[in-house]
Design a protein around this ligand. Structure first.
Ligand SMILES: Nc1ncnc2c1ncn2[C@@H]1O[C@H](COP(=O)(O)OP(=O)(O)OP(=O)(O)O)[C@@H](O)[C@H]1O
Length: 244
């Protein structure tokens, strides 16, 4: 479960709010897609959710742990895939994954099991002992995805996960999201790929200039858009109506 209680963030004094009074809950067993035009505040929201930057005001909870008051406990509940995969690390993929498994205290048996499984699933066995520096963007993205899953987190948070992934890897990530949802976990991800969001998400949240302008199922968004709603109205049409 993820809960944002009236969360706001401003980067510069006197500047505009990057996130403005965000109120949103994502429940276990739910995939929620986070959409919005460039600069809407999606990455800022995700950075606050994962405890990388603090909100100015408001409260954030992850699996009933407060990110403000119990940040370590809250962070342990999260698997996080950032928008820019690691590019400068002079360590191998395997070393990177063991580092994450150590940080999240994954037992040796579990980590070995999951490593074998995920390396095969993401077709990374052949490059896992090479330096991350030499990986393609997609490989860096895949290693970040695997690292985020090793501790089997209750809450999976991904910032633009489809960027750079080949069709096979994108499919595996989407299947992983559905599997986690079906096993009572929480999935929250930002994307500009509206077709993916439309097909995959149980609910969609749309941010514009830091404010949540819509949240709901596709059906609820269609009903709420109030523009002579045709049943087949796509998320792309709704998105453009709501954000232009
Ligand atoms: N470190 C920073 N310092 C100052 N302003 C920032 C910083 N990071 C983001 N901003 C500003 O905050 C606002 C929200 O940016 P953010 O990156 O959260 O948007 P986004 O929705 O993720 O955009 P995109 O879809 O382009 O990735 C923008 O106006 C951006 O310029």
């Amino acid at each position: 479960m993820i809960w944002f209680g009236n969360v706001s963030k401003r980067y510069e004094r006197g500047g505009r709010l990057a996130v403005d009074g965000l109120q949103l809950q994502v429940d276990p067993g739910e995939i929620v897609g986070f959409l919005g035009p460039n600069g809407a505040g999606k990455t800022t929201t995700i950075k606050m959710l994962t405890g990388i930057i603090p909100p100015d005001t408001g409260e954030i909870e992850v699996d009933h742990r407060s990110m403000i008051r119990s940040p370590l406990e809250a962070k342990r509940k999260i698997g996080y895939v950032p928008d820019q995969p690691e590019s400068v690390m002079r360590i191998t993929g395997r070393e990177y994954l063991h580092f994450f498994a150590d940080v999240y205290r994954v037992s040796p048996a579990e980590r070995e099991d999951r490593l074998v499984q995920y390396l095969e699933r993401y077709r990374m066995e052949d490059v896992i002992d090479e330096l991350i520096q030499g990986y393609s963007r997609g490989m860096k993205q895949k290693i970040a995805v695997i690292a985020s899953l090793l501790h089997d987190p209750a809450v999976w948070v991904l910032d633009e996960p489809m960027v750079g992934l080949d069709p096979h890897a994108a499919k595996v990530v989407k299947e992983e999201m559905k599997w986690r949802r079906d096993h009572g976990k929480t999935v929250f991800f930002s994307t500009h790929v509206l077709e993916v969001a439309e097909r995959l998400c149980d609910r969609i949240a749309i941010l514009q200039q830091g404010r949540l302008v819509a949240v709901g199922t596709m059906e609820e968004l269609r009903r709420g858009s109030g523009v002579g709603i045709a049943d087949e109205e796509t998320l792309e049409q709704l998105f453009l109506e709501l954000t232009e």
